[in-house]
Design a protein around this ligand. Structure first.
Ligand code: HEC
Ligand code: HEC
Length: 216
């Protein structure tokens, strides 16, 4: 297990050096002995942790606890380049390259495996003004739910239990037009306008502190 992860990490480093001129997935398949390993270990563990707990160093968020419908949608979006194909956003490009060759059956398999992972409580890394955050969250509740539980009909994922550092980055990506602008990204386009209600990084921090306070 440990050895496999090390090999996967080395493979990854080599791949990043070559800026994904060759496919990460292909390289990992070639170097790591993947006999009897779930696909999540072969392909995802280096960046998202062996149990989906996330890896802040490479910017891969925790996956344990993601709603299966949202997880599937994001994997399909990355695979199709609807998300993660901006030329100068490397974390998104890395993720895109990692899943670009997954088959539908492999996505089914991953969604099923990840649904079985135990949710791990994430550390809170952001400080801010809870009161201001609560007021700002009024702009989010219609889609993400009063308790941050999400709304499948609208395609809005639950926000409770997600990494705050990851959400900070995503909100900034939506705000600056790096996410939620692709013509086929219907859900992202629904999300994007509300980020304009967050006027500063401090507002983003404040609303995330409020979302953190909704943690179970
Ligand atoms: C090379 C590193 C890397 C690998 C390998 C990788 N990911 Fe990612 N993944 C990332 C990064 C970085 C992000 C965040 C992208 C961003 O900031 O937009 C991400 C984002 C995601 C998201 C979006 C989460 C959300 O809340 O929207 C999902 C789902 C995901 N990855 C699943 C997977 C799965 C499943 C695998 C294995 C098949 C995988 N990833 C392999 C780096 C990776
Ligand atoms: C009109 C509905 C709507 C509103 C209002 C809204 N969102 Fe969203 N949000 C969405 C949808 C839909 C997505 C999923 C986008 C996708 O599939 O890529 C999303 C995605 C997100 C994500 C990314 C989650 C992830 O795992 O990558 C964050 C963070 C987020 N919203 C935070 C907020 C905050 C904070 C507010 C309030 C300022 C807000 N949203 C308001 C609909 C909304």
């Amino acid at each position: 297990m440990q050895k496999t992860r090390l090999l996967a990490a080395l493979t990854l480093a080599t791949s990043i050096a070559g800026f994904f001129s060759t496919n990460v997935v292909a390289q990992q398949y070639a170097v790591v002995d993947t006999t009897n390993q779930p696909l999540s270990n072969e392909v995802c563990a280096t960046c998202h942790g062996g149990a989906g707990q996330g890896n802040p160093v490479v910017g891969g968020p925790s996956l344990a606890g993601l709603e299966p419908w949202y997880l599937r949608k994001q994997l399909e979006n990355f695979r199709a380049g609807i998300r993660g194909s901006e030329k100068d956003y490397i974390p998104g490009n890395e993720m895109q390259a990692s899943v670009a060759r997954l088959s539908d059956a492999e996505i089914d398999d991953l969604v099923e495996t990840i649904a079985g992972w135990k949710v791990i409580e994430n550390d809170h890394t952001i400080e801010g003004d809870l009161g201001n955050g609560q007021a700002l969250y009024a702009n989010c509740a219609a889609c993400h739910g009063a308790d941050g539980e999400g709304n499948e009909a609208l395609g809005a994922p639950g926000l409770v239990g997600r990494n705050d550092w990851y959400m900070f980055r995503q909100i900034k990506l939506f705000k600056s037009g790096y996410r939620g602008v692709h013509p086929d990204d219907t859900a992202g386009r629904l999300m994007r306008p509300s980020t304009q209600s967050l006027k500063s990084d401090q507002d983003v921090n404040d609303v995330l502190v409020y979302i953190n306070s909704l943690d179970r």
